[in-house]
Design a protein around this ligand. Structure first.
Ligand code: UD1
Length: 440
């Protein structure tokens, strides 16, 4: 596994452009495969999850490549296989979106139960229940979900708990079903809205995305189109916190400030000064962060994906913070932060963080994507050198995080695993070629 070596203590300064949203890119690349003809997608981040979904879809028969302008081309016309490979799907939970795609496109799907970050139990029961409501027959055999439907039929579906993945998977399946589907208690995340806008631009008829009731009038065909996806609010939030934890001064470009409302408010409560432009944020931190209590919640609440980075900032705050995690089991980073001197006690879903005046560098391991980001931020603030292993997990969801931080003045070095470049281990064929054309 590759490592990052970070020598902390340098305030971050400068301008950073935020990449396209990973959690929009993944369903939108899958949705492109529902259409006839080519889609050209802009602002797609080059992170490992994007490559993984592209490889899965290529194995199923789609053509996918990046051009030299960094636009992703998707031609789904040859997508005829319905069995997704275990080796790829197990890497990432969002790969389960191919189930909705395959059911809608081929009427048949065999997809392994997905993997993803180690965040406790993350079942797909809501997805399966939804597919059944649309008329699919579902069996689980040898770790595979086998789903079949001669024709998907629109239906009224109540999603037990606001679930992003379920909302997306059912939107994908229902967009080409016969009749109308109503999703109640749907997720309201900006990535759900982005997917709906893209699907509608291809000819789908989806109303209400962004509210908790989404109506989907099924259509027979969708046509490929050009589309630019939204900015990554989680990457933006990570840089805001990076600014706070290092006492820095940053301008974030290519952001959608409205998508960051809860994050901005909590960071202001922690003492950061944040000025909003149309698609920029100017962030300044002038002293030790203040302690803040928070609870994660579905959008527009504080995102669970920023809980760990925010907790890293709270570990050096002036005072005690209480952080409650309501979505996932996401406290595995705590042991690693403790190695760096943090004073954190976890009681079931709540972390009680007593801010210390200083963290110290240590050898630590990224246990999941956002935990890895939290350790990177802690290391930027810590005294001395931190060695973070398991960096591939960070690469899953951040486009060149180390490169961007270095450009802002961070003392950060990547130690590749042997001779291999970490990205190249995951790539092959046209994706690798198009990437190397871009000089990576
Ligand atoms: C998505 C995001 C992830 C984010 C999460 C919550 C992507 C690729 N990932 O994950 O970054 O942290 O939303 O905002 O977009 N649940 C079930 N059964 C199901 C489905 C979900 O019990 O069938 C539970 C989950 O365990 C969790 C909650 O519902 O406790 C919400 O999960 P969900 O919104 O579905 O998360 P993901 O789509 O996996």
């Amino acid at each position: 596994m590759a490592k990052l070596l970070i020598r902390g203590g340098t305030p971050l300064k400068g301008m950073v452009n935020i990449s396209g949203a990973k959690n929009s890119a993944l369903p939108i690349i899958v949705a492109a495969c529902l259409a006839d003809g080519e889609s050209i997608l802009e602002n797609i981040p080059q992170d490992i999850d994007v490559y993984t979904i592209s490889l899965i879809l290529r194995e199923l028969g789609a053509e996918i490549w990046f051009d030299e302008k960094k636009r992703l081309h998707v031609i789904p016309d040859g997508l005829e296989r319905y069995q997704a490979s275990y080796d790829l799907v197990r890497k990432m939970r969002a790969s389960f979106y191919v189930t909705g795609l395959l059911l809608a496109r081929l009427g048949k799907a065999e997809v392994p139960l997905p993997g993803g970050c180690a965040l406790g139990s993350r079942p797909v029961d809501y997805h399966l229940k939804g597919f059944q409501s649309l008329g699919a027959k579902i069996n689980i055999e040898h770790g595979f979900v086998k789903a079949e439907a001669d024709e998907l039929m629109g239906s009224k579906i109540y999603i037990n708990r606001s679930s992003v993945g379920t909302t997306i998977n059912l939107m994908l399946a229902a967009s080409r079903a016969k009749g109308t589907t109503i999703l109640e208690n749907a997720a309201k995340e900006p990535e759900v809205v982005d997917l709906a806008i893209y699907l509608n631009s291809m000819g789908a008829r989806i109303r209400g995305a962004g509210t908790d009731v989404i109506r989907i009038d099924g259509v027979d065909t969708l046509k490929g189109t050009e589309y630019g996806i939204i900015a990554d609010r989680i990457e933006a939030g990570t840089f805001i916190v990076a600014c706070g934890i290092t006492n820095g001064e940053l301008v974030l470009g290519n952001v959608v400030p409205e998508h960051l409302r809860s994050t901005i408010l909590k960071c202001e409560e922690a003492g950061l000064e944040i000025e909003e432009g149309t698609n920029t944020l100017r962030v300044r931190s002038t002293g030790r962060p203040l302690s803040v209590d928070l609870e994660t919640a579905p959008y527009p609440g504080f995102p669970t994906d920023l809980q760990q980075p925010f907790a890293a900032m709270m570990s050096i705050a002036d005072g005690t913070s209480i952080i409650r995690e309501t979505i996932f089991d996401r406290f595995r980073y705590v042991d690693e932060l403790r190695r760096m001197g943090a004073d954190i006690r976890v009681d079931r879903d709540t972390a009680i963080i007593r801010g210390v005046s200083e963290l110290t560098g240590a050898q630590v391991e990224a246990t999941d994507l956002r935990a890895g980001a939290a350790l990177v931020l802690a290391a930027l603030a810590a005294k001395g050198e931190t060695e973070i292993s398991g960096v591939e997990l960070v690469d899953r969801g951040y486009e060149h995080l180390d490169v961007k931080l270095r450009q802002l003045g961070a003392d950060i070095e990547r130690i590749p695993d042997g001779e291999e470049d970490t990205f190249e281990e995951y790539l092959e064929g046209p994706l690798l070629e198009s990437l190397s054309k871009m000089g990576r």
